[in-house]
Design a protein around this ligand. Structure first.
Ligand code: NAD
Length: 323
């Protein structure tokens, strides 16, 4: 199998690449090309553990650049599309890059897939496209009601994926996952932000009253779900991925404080994010029943492992804070 992974130098994409090249089914991968623009979030060091694998080729480039994308898609059997601008706060400060990469970039990839033909195109999306749900959980048929420029750009890309499947017959699948945590996550996102700040002796910012609820899933469980969809997902289908641990932001903060032996004096309350979704929750019965998906990492152990990783890998995150 020849795989093109966009955004493969980011947090989740690099976990997918490392696992694809060194995990239990790595023998099935003949060639793996990473296409990454190396924005602030793309880090060559994320691929260090597999850098010497002769099957890996890293192409610096933009998914919105058709000249770069076209030959890479033509040579691939499977496209796994992670590349995106991903930080909600940055999208509130300015949405242009989000539309360019997440919407236009996805369209360029789909156009190449339609013309060149691929066996599978897996689009990695987010539960944030559904909006906010006070109780219950979204199924894959729930309406898309995004509330931030980030989630709106992802919802737009989901619709383009659907359209290229319906109109051009591209064998597309979309995954919509809940919040990920784990090693190699850029320290602007809440878990690594809190962990690195506490390790450095600082105080962490908690939005509003801390009542916002998120479902936390280990990045390894997310990538396992994506891999199931790559191999066995039905073309044209959307699969929710989640089923981790639902926590309010206050509960998450308490867990992180606990894992670092810190107390609430290290927390400062800051005004809520505009348009902050109260609760996300995905119904994951479809991927469980069709593809046999189940998360295997329990949150307490996963968080402890993640904290240990950040404690040991200051060489990885300190330069990112300075940049
Ligand atoms: P990330 O920000 O860590 O990494 C994004 C990667 O994309 C970086 O390597 C960056 O350099 C690259 N990139 C950005 N613009 C590009 C462009 N124009 N061309 C090529 N490469 C470009 O993101 P992540 O957290 O790893 O998320 C990966 C995907 O998973 C995203 O599509 C995101 O929407 C989705 N997702 C993330 C989460 C989460 O909790 N982090 C949850 C659900 C879904």
């Amino acid at each position: 199998m020849k795989v093109l992974v966009t955004g493969g130098a980011g947090f989740i994409g690099s976990h997918y690449v490392r696992t694809a090249l060194s995990g239990p089914r790595s023998a099935e991968v003949a060639e793996l090309v990473v296409l990454d623009k190396f924005t602030y979030a793309g880090n060559p060091a994320n691929l260090d553990p597999v850098a010497d694998d002769p099957r890996l080729r890293v192409v610096p480039g933009d998914v919105a650049d058709a000249e770069v994308v076209d030959p890479l898609v033509a040579a691939a059997d499977v496209v796994v599309h992670f590349a995106a601008e991903t930080h909600v706060d940055r999208s509130i400060a300015g949405g242009a890059d989000f539309v360019r990469t997440n919407v236009a970039g996805t369209q360029v990839l789909l156009e190449a897939a339609a013309r060149r033909g691929v066996e599978k195109f897996v689009h990695v999306s987010t539960d944030e496209v559904y909006g906010s749900i006070p109780r219950g959980s979204w199924t894959e048929d729930s309406p898309l009601e995004p509330n931030s420029p980030y989630s709106a750009s992802k919802a737009s890309s989901d619709l383009l994926v659907r359209a290229y499947g319906r109109t051009h017959g591209v064998p597309v699948c979309t995954t919509r996952c809940s919040n990920n945590y784990g090693p190699y996550q850029f320290p602007e996102k809440v878990v690594p932000l809190f962990v690195t700040t506490l390790l450095d002796g600082g105080t962490v910012p908690l939005y509003g009253d801390g009542a916002n609820v998120r479902d936390w899933l280990h990045v390894d469980d997310h990538c396992r779900g994506i891999d199931l969809v790559v191999r066995s997902g039905r073309p044209g289908e959307v699969y929710n991925i989640g089923g981790g641990t639902e926590l309010t932001n206050s509960e998450l903060t308490a867990r992180v404080l606990d894992a670092l032996g810190a107390d609430w004096s290290r927390v400062r309350h800051v005004p809520d994010r505009p348009g902050h979704d109260l609760r996300y929750s995905v119904d994951c019965r479809k991927i469980r029943d069709e593809l046999g998906y189940a998360p295997v990492h329990d949150f307490a152990t996963g968080l402890a492992d993640t904290v240990r990783w950040y404690r040991e890998r200051t060489d990885w995150w300190r330069p990112l804070l300075a940049a």
